[in-house]
Design a protein around this ligand. Structure first.
Ligand code: SF4
Ligand code: MG
Length: 316
């Protein structure tokens, strides 16, 4: 049940396939009801692709994706539409995803229409309630996206995602574009909404600092592969994978003089179209051994709930 998504690279006048980008390469994980699973990694590691595969906005090359008891990839268009109601995306840049010519009311009404709420009064009532739920006011319904601050726009993006009463929210870097002071407000809002509506989150971010306080578990990705997955606490206290360790040491620490176990990441991130053989991280890993250059480490559970893909651990 490992998910793959390879993007073809074509070249030449015949447009023949000359290579593949393994955006997601044999990744397998579960998300539990009511939890927040953080997905972290540098840009191009495949974390956003995973979000789109789950919603079937892109088709996986291989593997199985299940939502509750349903195989997402086997659904008819009709069932897919129904299930999309239950899974919604929150984007990094709400401005880019909010139609500038539509008033907020229309923006929030659209998902209700798509999902068959026919009664105009009912739609309006739900829109007004949702505006208040996300910390905006009823009169904001009459305004256009450009009349809001970045943080308010993200509240509109969140409101839109919640209009259809989803169960799963995939938040793709929802606070990366916001000022630090606004970030925590939006993170707190997401936490409150999770409790209120019994939501499950997949929270995508490029640094571990942001996901720390919101995630129950965190998966670390590198070049399309998941390299470590465990409880949030354990990941920060006992990271095992050398890549996780280097990501953690680049998170600002309260005492900048304490560089005792700093392992700052060096070297360029290799291209996903030509990932290193063996362990994809071996070109940047300080603990690289001979075996790492030829053999890909399997992603295995080395203690209960702690998965890691590295030849330093387990019975590789
Ligand atoms: Fe480093 Fe080898 Fe582990 Fe890869 S498998 S992270 S190269 S020690
Ligand atoms: Mg992305």
């Amino acid at each position: 049940n490992q998910i793959k998504k390879y993007f073809p690279i074509t070249g030449g006048i015949l447009g023949r396939k000359v290579g593949e980008v393994k955006a997601v390469d044999r990744v397998s994980f579960a998300v539990y009801k009511g939890e927040t699973l953080g997905l972290v990694g540098e840009s191009g590691c495949g974390k956003s692709t995973i979000g789109r595969l789950l919603l079937r906005l892109q088709e996986a090359t291989d593997g199985e994706i299940r939502f509750e008891d349903k195989d997402i990839q086997a659904l008819s268009p009709k069932l897919l539409k129904k299930i999309r109601k239950e899974m919604q995306l929150v984007f990094q840049d709400p401005y880019a995803s909010l139609n500038p010519r539509h008033k907020v009311e229309k923006i929030l009404e659209e998902p209700l229409i798509v999902h068959g709420i026919k009664d105009k009064k009912e739609r309006r009532e739900r829109i007004m309630n949702m505006l208040e739920t996300v910390g905006l006011d009823r009169y904001h319904a009459e305004r256009y996206p450009h009349q809001f601050s970045g943080g308010q726009r993200q509240r509109i993006g969140i409101a839109r995602a919640l209009m259809t009463n989803p169960k799963l929210i995939i938040a793709d870097e929802p606070v990366s574009a916001l000022d630090v002071s606004i970030q925590s407000q939006v993170l707190n809002l997401l936490k409150d909404l999770q409790a209120e509506f019994d939501l499950t989150y997949i929270f995508i971010a490029h640094d571990l600092g942001v996901v720390r306080h919101i995630s129950d578990r965190v998966g670390v990705m590198y070049l399309g592969r998941m390299v470590e997955l465990t409880d949030s606490e354990r990941l920060y206290e006992e990271p095992l994978h050398p890549y996780t360790k280097s990501l953690l040491s680049s998170v600002p620490v309260p005492d900048p003089d304490d560089q005792s176990d700093s392992e700052v990441l060096t070297g360029e991130i290799p291209s996903a179209s030509n990932p290193p053989k063996g362990c994809a991280f071996h070109t940047r890993c300080k603990e690289c051994m001979d075996v790492c250059k030829t053999s890909r480490p399997t992603f295995q559970e080395i203690s209960p709930g702690h998965h890691v893909a590295c030849h330093l651990y387990g019975d590789a």
